[in-house]
Write a protein that binds this ligand. Structure first.
Ligand SMILES: CC(C)(COP(=O)(O)OP(=O)(O)OC[C@H]1O[C@@H](n2cnc3c(N)ncnc32)[C@H](O)[C@@H]1OP(=O)(O)O)[C@@H](O)C(=O)NCCC(=O)NCCS
Length: 228
């Protein structure tokens, strides 16, 4: 499903449950010692998806360890993103020469718990959601906004290398399945902000969001065409 939100530059792999046994590298297994079973299964299946996706780029299996902030340290020359929620786990990777950053997020297609929206969205974003409607996919419009922000955060963090509250990431959703986002500036105060374009979908009880930043000398023919 996640491939429907990304360009042909990306290689993806997904799983709809985390029950299959996955062989981890010793360094990865060590990270999961003492963790609850659900976390171990999600971590392992996420690594399995990542290795399958990397394999499609011709990258051989190797330990995929978390770096600062929890973002995976991808092999040299590769960017990527991992997501997991109940019933869906996926990884998306791309050559860095074509894609500067990618972020993916999966959530159950359900409204957010009471009180969460005001933590992650400002008054203007909350107001914009009311115009989004409540039918079909819009029934989980607040979680859709949340998921878009999570996808942007995952693409933004590895280059910004600093934490940001989701509230600082401004997202404008389009009911047609796209969104635009403005994260905080990556560099010091006053540095140019970089906007993102993303896509979302709601299908089979799941909500997926993805964002991709083309490399400066990327392939224009493969970029998102938001107007189509
Ligand atoms: C990091 C964060 C985006 C993860 O999102 P999530 O919905 O909890 O979890 P997902 O399953 O979709 O994604 C988890 C994966 O994201 C990746 N990830 C974790 N931290 C990351 C970061 N800083 N940058 C990029 N990717 C990251 C990892 O691959 C992780 O899986 P792994 O640990 O098994 O490798 C989220 O927890 C977060 O910190 N958000 C921004 C900060 C914030 O405002 N949080 C409060 C929300 S109310």
């Amino acid at each position: 499903m996640i491939e429907d939100l990304l360009t042909a530059d990306c290689a993806v792999a997904e799983a709809f449950d985390d029950s299959a046994a996955v062989a981890l590298f010793p360094q990865e297994a060590a990270l999961m010692e003492g963790r609850v079973a659900r976390r171990r299964r999600q971590f392992a299946t996420g690594r399995s998806c990542a290795r399958r996706a990397l394999g499609r780029l011709g990258v051989p299996p190797a330990p995929l360890l978390p770096g600062p902030g929890g973002a995976p340290v991808w092999p040299q020359g590769v960017v990527g993103s991992i997501t997991h929620c109940d019933g869906y786990l996926a990884a998306a990777v791309a050559p860095a020469r074509a894609v500067a950053a990618v972020g993916i997020d999966a959530e159950p297609a359900l409204p957010l718990p009471e009180g969460v929206l005001s933590l992650v969205a400002g008054p203007e974003e909350q107001e914009a959601l009311s115009a989004f409607g409540t039918e079909g996919a819009a029934a989980c419009r607040d979680r859709l906004l949340f998921s878009a922000k999570e996808a942007v955060y995952k693409a933004w963090y590895p280059r910004a290398r600093r934490w940001s509250a989701l509230r600082e990431i401004r997202v404008v959703l389009d009911p047609g399945g796209t969104f635009t986002a403005r994260p905080p500036a990556r560099g010091p105060a006053g540095a140019a902000q970089h906007d993102y374009s993303g896509r979302w979908l709601v299908r089979s009880g799941l909500l997926l969001a993805a964002v991709l930043e083309p490399a400066p000398a990327g392939h224009p023919s493969r970029l998102f065409r938001l107007s189509s």
